[in-house]
Design a protein around this ligand. Sequence first.
Ligand code: PMP
Length: 456
Amino acid sequence: MNGQVEKKRQLIDDGLRSIWFPFTQMQEFSPEDVLVIAEGKGALLRDVDGRDYIDGVSSLWTNVHGHRKEQIDRAIKEQVDRVAHSTLLGLAHEPAIECAKKLLEIVPKGLTRVFYSESGSTAVEIALKMAFQYQKQAAGGNPGKTRFISFTNAYHGDTLGAVSVGGIDLFHAVYGELLFPTIKAESPYCYRCPFGASYPVCKFDCLRQLEYLLATHASELAALIIEPLVQGAAGILVQPPGYLKRIRELCTQYGVLMIADEVAVGFGKTGKMFACEQEGVTPDIMALGKGLSGGYLPLAATVATEEIYNGFLGRFDEFKTFFHGHTYTGNPLACAAAVANLNIFAEERVVEGLAGKIKRLTQGLQPIAKLGHVGEIRQRGFMVGIELVADKGTKELYPPGARIGNRVILEARKRGLIIRPLGDVIVLMPPLCITNEEIDRLCEITLESIQAVVGD
Ligand code: PMP
């Protein structure tokens, strides 16, 4: 053990101190507290001090089959032995071709073209640029349709276009002057309904507002962008049944393109391969990331309909080209990982096997829901948000400085579970490969950790 402690000490001296960590208030950050991960297997992670943890959030909602999945490990090693990098600028390679083919077999019917990038944020940027440019140059042309409608509580990534369509003040407000203005619709945060209504008696006041905005601004709107079924980063805000389907109908009715950002919800996390499937919806453009490569390598895709694609066709001197592409667009290693990932879904019938685990998770959450400071538990498939409140009756929040969510996850860590809070919402999003016994342990530790901080 001493040797391992020394190792951590040495890592701190060696450079851990010099990393500026993402989404982290560095003044309050202590290198001593950081967990340095050494290895993983399945739903488990091990730190350099040799302690094991359940990975309760799939390493940032991404390692869908867990860690060190043999087929993905092998696919990457084999691809390294062929070529690690090439480009899609004037060239192509087999992994990118195969990955696109396999992806198109499983995305909602009607999506036919795959544009690669490396992160969820870039997949969203591409979707926005595509929608904007399509409206300018599609047959007949809609040059006035240049704006976007997006939602309060939305999170689409950290690059400036993605931030412009975001709606979480804590992350986004500081960049206000840099952003392009969008039209904002209220998202269905039913626990704290912005219209003071309650579902299902409300008959969707939020959708009525959205329809009003669409009707008023139809002539200037290029697209609507939505996180389908669940707004993740705002605290796992689950949309009521029928909501997404109605959004699709309204977009069609008002001639506004629908962009579905499936970066967080895609690849089985809601219980189906894609969230849009849950309501039989085909968006015009879909953004994918995170689970696409099984969480192994940075890979994302923006998938579009043939109609969108056709809007970019023309002679070279008509300048309808989609002038976009990154150095690592469609990287072969990442595409090889993605092909293996998609094969696993098919061969191991992963999505088909989820229902039992989801039920187990729901059962495990029940005792947590009874705790005096758990305002609401929101669950859609493998995505869970446990909202902690100072007062269950009034739904009063804890003061931000109390850092209740953060304290809960530190308690969980002591007990062998890695999770992350979003404010005072405790998020659980285990890998799809998690076993029933691990699900039980995940729920038990979460319960004990909440009790340790806010009591029964
Ligand atoms: N869209 C959604 C819905 C997300 O949840 C995220 C990341 N959490 C992103 C986009 C951005 O993805 P990335 O962090 O890979 O840029």
